[in-house]
Every structure is written in structure tokens, then in C-alpha cells.
Design a protein around this ligand. Structure first.
Ligand code: GLN
Length: 486
């Protein structure tokens, strides 16, 4: 049961082989047994989960053709507001925050009949690539608990990899869905900016943040995205487009697909084990009828520095709302209002969050704005223009998701720049607003999973999912799970 796809789970529910309550119980018991060693879940509420499962069983939606997700459990990254559950965003600042409303994504998936198993650990305010910045302690990678699961959606990735949940939500500002998916051997998708509403998703860098699905396969991600995407007037950047069926092209063969391989993604900097797995995946694509062409993204080398100006700038503004007055942590002792603000923020935020706020206020300050922020925005435009050129020659772009397999705890935490380079292949996608995904394509050093990244053109989700699904029909990397957790 724990290895079934969402379609298979739906079929089992429809055939009354299992009920939503039984399915939820199975996963809750597995969480009780395995989560203490992984730290992926940080909030659980058995009663609420079972109440949702009972409601799903009674709803008549389970097994219905138009509600293929009904009765299936999932878990949410703790960045999504969930009514009645704590929403901490991995921070001491929101350690006791219970949201009075549901995020759009939570509402949509609940409306599709899905059952919430709990809330998942993450880097504090989604800032990190290893889950080491969480106030609740790091998540362990189920493939090797001495290694990081990636970040910031590391709890989501570890929970699926250990089969504690069939699916999860994640968010991706610079790689936080794709990089942990790669490091834990999963499939994860960051949609085109604006495709999924950010309402109720705690803001990090608003011009980059996107929510997306994480699961075992591309087909599962397509089904989840069908429920998550769509216009929402509560998010001013939500796009008014007709609804799409993201599963529509899954079964189309790949003959004639043109795959762009950016020269800049295949240079130095990628570990040999990652390169070998990615090149083998591209060879498989050629066998499936696709052709590969070299393309160039000349400005992509600037994406990490550009991101680390723009994202902290937006974060410094977004995080100003956490002031100890309206909600969140308030310092127990202070002398006056200013002292209350500064002590609450000093005690409530962790070191990485403070580093970003400092960088952000610096690059936005008078005298530095033109030199840093404005210049970064101009280069961002050039990075997007590179993709426009590249997509004249290809339908999708492929390359590595992460330069290395999962690294050991502590390996990069002392040097922020080394940590920031973990996202070297994923960040340009966010800067350009493009959709991207990661899927498992083999194993590298230490038996750790390697991820293949697919980048689509704007609104090219269905095409990316088709490419990923056809590969997953021909290979079985996505079906593997850690031996010791079977
Ligand atoms: N690792 C990147 C950062 O720390 C991206 C995080 C994300 O996508 N949320 O900013």
C-alpha cells in the first residue's frame, strides 16, 4: 500500500479494498514509528486527521471520476496556513501560531477530498538548502540519516521518501521543491510563476515564491497540480487563465521532442557521479525518440548573486510584519516599544533569517539601491531573455538539479556561499518565472539518489510532465525506496 501511486490508491478506495480512515491510520502509524528518527513531521493531530478521513469516506467523492484524489492522505509544508493546526514556518517566531484560515492550496486539496496527515518541517522561513536552519532541528535524509534531505522543503521530501505520506506540498523560491526532491529520490514540480495562488503561503520573496506538488512520480504530480492550480482573486499575481488538465499529454510518445542541454549546466562544478546519471538519462531520452541540442544560457552564471540580492530584499520587507505586536513571538521583557520590537525579532529569528534581513535592508538602502538592487533586476531580465532564445531551439531544457548528491550534516553550514551554490542550476528558473521539475535518474556516491532537472517554457507544465512520465514508464528509479524502511 505505501508504494502505490495516487491512481492506484484511488482505485483501491473505489473498489472498497481500503477506506480513507484505514489509509490514514496506516500512514499515521508509520509516522509514529519512523518519524522520531527523521524529524520530518513537526505537527500532528490524529483526531483531526481521522475526522477528515471519516468525512471523505462519507462524502461520496471517494472513487468518483472527477475527484481522483478523494480519500488520499497528504501532508503540508509548514509554510502553508492551515486552520486549526499550528503553522510555524520552521521558526521560533511562529512557534505557537495557529492560523484562522486555510491557504488557497490547502483549501483546494481539501476540496478535492484529500486528508491532512500533518505539517512538515522546513528551513526557517524557507531559507536554506539543507533543513539545518529549522528551529525544530534538522530533518534526516531517509536514504542515509547522516546526510541532509535538501531544503527548504526537506520535511516534505523526507516524508515521501520514507513513505510516511503518498504526497506533499512544497514551495520553491530558488529550488526548494526540486533540490530536496533530487536529494531524496522523488519527483517535484515548481509551476510557472502565477499558476498557483500564494494566498495563505507565508511570504519569503514574493516575486519568486511558487507552491507545487511533491510525490513519487510525474503522474502523481500532474494529478495534484490539477487541484492546486487556477485563478484566485486573493493573490494579485495569480494568473487568469482557463483551467488545464495537466495529465492530458502524459501518454503521448516523445518522438520529435527537442531537448536543450545548456552548455553552462554541463561544465565544471557538477560532480562526476551526478554527470554520469544525468548523461545516462539523456541517452535514455534519445532512445525514446527525443533529440538533444546544445543551447546556451550565457547569463545563468550570475543567477546566484542576482538571487541573493533580490530574494533578501523582498524578504526584508515581507518579514517586517513579525514585530511582536500582531502575532508571533514577543520577548518576555523589554523597556519600551522599540526595545520590544528589537528583542522580539532578535530572539524570534534564527541566524540565517537575520543574515537575509541585513543583506536585504542593505541592498535597498539609499546609495546602494542603484548599485545592487536595480542592477540585479536588470540582470534578471537578461537571464529571462536567455531562456526565450534557448526555447527557440528546443521544447524543454534538461540538466542536473543539484551539483552533488545529498551532503553530510555540517558540510556546508559554516560557509553560506557554499550552501547558496547548491541551487546553482535551479535559481535561474525562478528568476525567469519558468516551470521546472526534478525526477530521479539514478544513484551516485554513497548510494544516494541523483535528480534530473527539466525546465519548461512558460506554461509548459504539461509538456514537462509528459517528458517525465514517458521516462518513468521506461525506467524504475522513481519506484525505489530506502531498503531499511521497507
Ligand atoms: N536555498 C535557497 C535559499 O535559501 C532557496 C530556498 C527556497 O527555494 N525557498 O534561498
Amino acid at each position: 500500500m505505501i508504494n502505490l501511486s495516487l491512481r492506484e490508491l484511488s482505485a483501491a478506495l473505489a473498489a472498497r479494498e481500503v477506506s480513507a480512515v484505514e489509509l490514514a491510520t496506516l500512514f499515521l502509524d508509520r509516522i509514529d514509528r519512523l518519524n522520531p528518527g527523521l524529524n520530518a513531521f513537526i505537527s500532528q493531530d490524529r483526531e483531526q486527521t481521522l475526522a477528515q478521513a471519516r468525512a471523505a469516506d462519507a462524502s461520496g467523492k471517494v472513487g468518483a471520476h472527477d475527484t481522483p484524489l478523494a480519500g488520499i492522505p497528504l501532508a503540508h509544508k509548514d509554510i502553508f496556513c492551515t486552520r486549526g493546526w499550528r503553522t510555524s514556518c520552521g521558526s521560533h517566531m511562529l512557534e505557537n501560531f495557529v492560523s484562522p484560515y486555510d491557504a488557497h492550496v490547502v483549501e483546494r486539496l481539501a476540496g478535492a477530498g484529500m486528508v491532512t496527515l500533518g505539517k512538515l518541517n522546513m528551513d526557517e522561513f524557507a531559507m536554506g538548502s539543507s533543513n539545518e536552519t529549522s528551529y525544530f532541528g534538522p530533518v534526516k535524509n531517509p536514504w542515509d540519516t547522516a546526510r541532509v534531505p535538501g531544503g527548504s522543503s526537506g520535511g516534505s521530501a523526507a516524508a515521501i521518501a520514507a513513505r510516511l505520506t503518498p504526497a506533499a506540498t512544497g514551495t520553491d523560491t530558488g529550488g526548494s521543491i526540486r533540490q530536496p526532491a533530487a536529494l531524496c529520490g522523488l519527483t517535484g514540480l515548481k509551476p510557472t510563476y502565477g499558476a498557483v495562488s500564494r494566498y495563505g503561503m507565508i511570504a519569503f520573496a514574493s516575486s519568486l515564491d511558487q507552491a507545487g506538488p511533491m510525490a513519487k512520480s510525474a503522474e502523481d504530480c500532474a494529478l495534484l497540480l490539477n487541484a492546486m492550480a487556477g485563478f484566485d482573486a486573493r493573490d494579485s499575481t495569480s494568473l487568469e487563465r482557463p483551467a488545464e488538465d495537466y495529465t492530458r499529454d502524459l501518454e503521448q510518445p516523445l518522438a520529435g521532442l527537442r531537448i536543450g542541454m545548456p552548455r553552462e549546466f554541463f561544465g565544471d562544478g557538477m560532480d562526476a557521479d551526478v554527470r554520469a546519471a544525468v548523461e545516462a538519462a539523456l541517452a535514455e531520452y534519445r532512445k525514446l525518440g527525443a533529440t538533444t541540442v546544445e543551447v546556451s544560457l550565457p547569463n545563468s552564471g550570475l543567477s546566484v548573486p542576482v538571487y541573493y540580492v533580490i530574494a533578501p530584499a523582498e524578504a526584508s520587507s515581507n518579514l517586517s510584519r513579525f514585530d511582536g505586536v500582531r502575532y508571533g513571538y514577543r520577548a518576555p521583557e523589554y523597556t519600551d516599544l522599540n526595545d520590544m520590537y528589537s528583542k522580539s525579532r532578535a530572539q524570534g529569528f534564527g541566524a540565517e533569517v537575520k543574515r537575509r534581513i541585513l543583506i536585504g535592508t542593505y541592498v535597498l538602502s539609499h546609495g546602494y539601491y542603484d548599485a545592487y538592487y536595480l542592477k540585479a533586476q536588470k540582470i534578471r531580465r537578461l537571464i529571462a531573455a536567455d531562456f526565450v532564445e534557448a526555447f527557440k531551439q528546443c521544447d524543454v531544457i534538461m540538466g542536473p538539479t543539484s551539483p552533488s548528491v545529498a551532503f553530510a550534516f555540517g558540510a556546508k553550514s559554516a560557509d553560506p556561499v557554499q550552501m547558496y551554490l547548491s541551487d546553482i542550476y535551479t535559481i535561474s528558473t525562478n528568476l525567469a518565472g519558468l516551470p521546472g521539475m526534478s525526477l530521479p535518474c539514478g544513484f551516485g556516491q554513497g548510494g544516494m539518489p541523483v535528480g534530473l532537472q527539466i525546465i519548461g517554457s512558460w506554461f509548459g507544465e504539461a509538456k514537462m510532465l509528459q517528458a517525465a512520465h514517458q521516462y518513468q514508464k521506461a525506467t524504475d528509479w522513481h519506484t525505489r525506496m530506502p531498503e531499511n524502511l521497507k
